[in-house]
Write a new protein. Structure first.
Length: 556
């Protein structure tokens, strides 16, 4: 009995610390506390519910969904878990057309309605699910019922507006969102109306809605951020910057560094660094402010300054894992891999669940050519932090060999829904499909990427490589020449362009083409290296190794 009481007390301690960490937006650390609590009391639904809230905040909707399902299975009457599950279904179900997934979603929402018949979130989720199941009239009925009972319910209004928009009735969709904005008089509703206008390329109307949202609640960060976006997109950079200043001054820490980042990325590095330095000095115990400052130093290549502030932190506390992580990053950037490994091993010993430590160790092993250890560390990092997109993409890259390319594709397909449209994920998935030889899926992946990122040179490069594989050399050359127009030093594009002439048995044009591009960029080491390799491949070794011949001493 005494042991049981002690276990319960410890579990409550872990649970409470987890909640406190979530409130401070330290989600990864919070999840460690929740995992410890679940180990002691696996039948406490509140643990799974609270962990799901952390996963939601991190953007890992799949794991959050699983946690909410677990909470409702442990306690079928856990109303908060049911309601959050319905809300999650409403926000994410639109991304699937899988009949089994839709059927399960409908059952989950019906279970929520059984204990919360007047839940607007559940009614809205049911309506959206029914729409996707091919029941538009039932869907509209449930969504209208939700809005009749709760005319200020924003998610139901959004769902009904989306249905009307998909049915080609943009006017009705606008009317629904306008009415809920007027009825609720909330910043969130006006912000959602603004996003609707932005999606319809109605920038002036979007701006007016965002300004109304900010007028209602000057501290509503989402509206300020959206207002900045429309101002910047319409060329009013001075107004946009003032909006970012206001946004960065909000109490919510997630916006704190946005103005400084704007300065760094818009040709004002000194002002940006100065702002980050002020923030770090004002909150010496703030780990995020410290990390933002070191990242600013890395971005501007002020490595001595970065090392100075990191070492100062470590002098105060030699076991400061945050400072050790930052020094590990610094050492990797400056190619001091042995020192980086020593620091990161200290972090891994103190915090074995630190996903970033494992990820950075993978970079060390990559530099040493230890591919197996690199993959192990990346897999561990991803297991600890399923939303770490960099770890997922790099692990997929490491797996993109003939033997495991399909595993790489599967790994990327398992990414959280909100990451699947990110450019690095799309690009790496396409490269993995290329290695796997899945031409049909690759074509779809390239086309999908180009719709979203039509001017991205890497996607156009992939199109050129695909056309080359299909032996359409004319189309391949057009794409590859387009890439070289956009990025004249893109060695991969020039090399692929040369191969199109080899494949079409026009060896004379191979060297002429490479030489012509190098002549335009004689100081480019990347293009000189390509020329040297092709010179060597043609047997002209004496030219390939000359400094002005382009080889840099490398064989093709």
């Amino acid at each position: 009995m005494l042991g049981g009481c002690q276990s319960k007390t410890a579990e409550q301690g872990y649970l409470q610390r987890g909640k406190e960490l979530v409130a401070r937006k330290e989600y990864a650390r919070a999840l460690i506390e929740f995992k410890n609590a679940a180990r002691l009391q696996p039948n406490n639904p509140e643990i799974y519910y609270q962990a799901s809230l952390a996963y939601l905040a991190m953007g890992d909707y799949k794991t959050a969904y699983q946690g909410l399902v677990k909470a409702t299975e442990v306690d079928p009457k856990h109303a908060a878990a049911h309601n959050k599950l319905a809300e999650l279904i409403a926000s994410s179900i639109n991304s699937t057309r899988d009949p089994e997934a839709l059927k399960e979603a409908e059952q989950r929402v019906q279970a929520a309605l059984a204990i919360m018949p007047d839940s607007a979130d559940a009614l809205g989720a049911l309506g959206l699910t029914e729409y996707l199941m091919g029941k538009p009239e039932d869907a509209a009925t449930h969504l209208q019922s939700a809005l009749a009972k709760f005319p200020k319910h924003i998610s139901s209004a959004r769902a009904l507006a989306m249905i009307r928009l998909n049915q080609g009735n943009a006017a009705d969709a606008e009317r629904i969102l306008t009415r809920v904005a007027e009825d609720s008089k909330t910043a969130e509703a006006h912000d959602k109306l603004g996003r609707f206008y932005a999606s319809r390329n109605r920038a002036a109307d979007a701006e007016a809605a965002y300004r109304r949202a900010v007028e209602i609640n000057p501290q509503y960060g989402a509206a300020l951020q959206d207002l900045y976006t429309v101002l910047y997109a319409t060329g009013r950079k001075e107004e946009a910057e003032k909006t970012l200043v206001a946004l960065s001054a909000l109490p919510d820490k997630q916006y704190r560094s946005l103005h400084a980042l704007y300065l760094l990325e818009n040709g004002k590095p000194q002002e940006g660094i100065a702002e980050l330095e002020r923030q770090a000095a004002a909150a010496p115990a703030d780990r995020d402010a410290f990390t933002r400052l070191t990242s600013g130093y890395f971005f501007t290549r002020r490595f001595p300054d970065a090392e100075r502030v990191i070492n100062a932190a470590l002098q105060k506390n030699p076991k400061d894992t945050n400072a050790l992580l930052e020094r590990g990053k610094l050492y990797i950037i400056t190619a001091r891999f042995a020192e980086a490994e020593a620091d990161l091993n200290q972090v891994r010993k103190a915090e074995p669940n630190s996903a970033i430590a494992h990820f950075l160790l993978a970079q060390v092993f990559r530099s040493k050519g230890q591919d197996s250890l690199r993959r192990d560390e990346l897999a561990t990092a991803l297991n600890l932090a399923p939303t770490m997109v960099a770890a997922r993409v790099e692990l997929a890259q490491a797996l993109s060999t003939k033997e495991s390319a399909k595993s790489a594709v599967e790994l990327l397909d398992q990414a959280p829904q909100n990451q699947k449209e990110l450019l690095p994920v799309i690009l790496q998935r396409n490269w993995a499909l290329l290695v796997a030889g899945d031409a049909a899926t690759l074509r779809k992946g390239i086309d999908r990427g180009l719709v979203r990122y039509p001017k991205n040179p890497d996607l156009i490069l992939q199109d050129g490589v695909f056309q080359f594989r299909q032996k359409d050399f004319t189309a391949a050359r057009w794409s590859l020449e387009t890439v070289l127009t956009m990025q004249p030093d893109k060695a991969e594009a020039l090399n692929a362009l040369a191969k199109t002439y080899v494949a079409s048995k026009n060896s004379q044009m191979t060297l002429q083409t490479v030489q012509a591009y190098v002549a335009k960029r004689p100081q480019s080491p990347q293009l000189q290296n390509v020329l040297g390799n092709w010179m060597a491949a043609s047997g002209r070794y004496e030219v390939a190794i000359q400094p002005d011949g382009g080889g840099r001493g490398e064989r093709g």
